[in-house]
Write a new protein. Structure first.
Length: 215
C-alpha cells in the first residue's frame, strides 16, 4: 500500500448513501468537539481552537451532502469540490454572530454563504495559526499559544459543540428533502422558504428547519 493514493468518489449518491455520509460526518464532528473540549479544559487553547474548527468543518459536510440529493449532473463536480473545501465547510463559524444580530429566518442567514464572505477564510487562517508557527507581516514570528487566546478558543469550542449536536438522519428524510427541493431554484428565496415551510410539516418538523440554514 506504500505510495498508494485513494481515489476520491465524485459521482451521484443514493438517499441511503447520503444519509450514511451525513451520519458519519455528525459522529466525527462530535468526536472532534469532544477532543477539543479535553484540550481546552487542560489549557491547550490554541490546539483546542483548531480542532474545534475541524469539528465545524466536519459538520459543514452535512449541508453539502444534502445538496447532492437535488444536484443536477452538471452540479456534481461543484458539490464534491465544496465537500472537500475547508473554507466552504467552515462558513458555520459565523452562525452565532448572525443569531446574536437577530437572524431567525432563512433570509437572515443568506450572507453567510456569499462567495466573498470573509469569515470562512479568516477561520481557516485561525485553524492554521492554532497548529503551526509561521512568519507573518514584517518578518514577525507567530506561535500558536501567542495568537489564539482563551476567549477565541472558548467561542469556537462553543460553536463546535452546538453544531455537533445535530441529530442523525434517515434515508427517508433525504428522500423527502429531495422530493421537496429538487426543482426549487437556490436563488429564489421565496420559493425556498415556501418549500421549507411545507418540508417542516412532512420531514420531522423543527429538525429540518434547524438544518435548513445550512442549505
Amino acid at each position: 500500500m506504500a505510495g498508494a493514493k485513494l481515489k476520491q468518489y465524485r459521482g451521484r449518491l443514493t438517499p441511503a448513501q447520503i444519509a450514511e455520509g451525513m451520519n458519519a460526518a455528525i459522529r466525527t464532528a462530535r468526536r472532534l468537539a469532544e477532543d477539543a473540549r479535553l484540550l481546552f479544559d487542560n489549557g491547550r487553547f490554541a490546539t483546542a481552537a483548531s480542532i474545534a474548527i475541524l469539528a465545524i468543518e466536519e459538520a459543514g459536510k452535512m449541508s453539502v451532502l444534502r445538496g447532492l440529493s437535488t444536484a443536477k449532473d452538471r452540479e456534481l463536480h461543484r458539490d464534491w469540490k465544496n465537500y472537500r473545501s475547508h473554507t466552504e465547510k467552515n462558513r458555520m463559524t459565523a452562525l452565532l454572530d448572525y443569531i446574536a444580530q437577530g437572524a431567525n429566518r432563512l433570509e437572515g442567514f443568506r450572507d453567510m454563504f456569499r462567495p466573498d464572505a470573509e469569515h470562512a477564510q479568516l477561520f481557516d487562517s485561525v485553524k492554521q495559526l492554532g497548529f503551526y508557527s509561521d512568519c507573518l507581516g514584517d518578518a514577525h514570528w507567530s506561535e500558536p499559544s501567542n495568537v489564539v487566546d482563551e476567549k477565541l478558543s472558548r467561542f469556537l469550542l462553543t460553536l463546535a459543540e452546538v453544531v455537533a449536536r445535530t441529530d442523525l438522519v434517515t434515508e427517508r428524510e433525504i428522500e423527502l428533502w429531495a422530493r421537496r427541493f429538487t426543482d426549487v431554484p437556490t436563488s429564489d428565496m421565496a420559493a425556498l422558504t415556501a418549500a421549507l415551510a411545507t418540508g417542516t410539516r412532512t420531514c420531522r418538523g423543527t429538525v429540518l428547519l434547524r438544518r435548513a440554514i445550512t442549505k
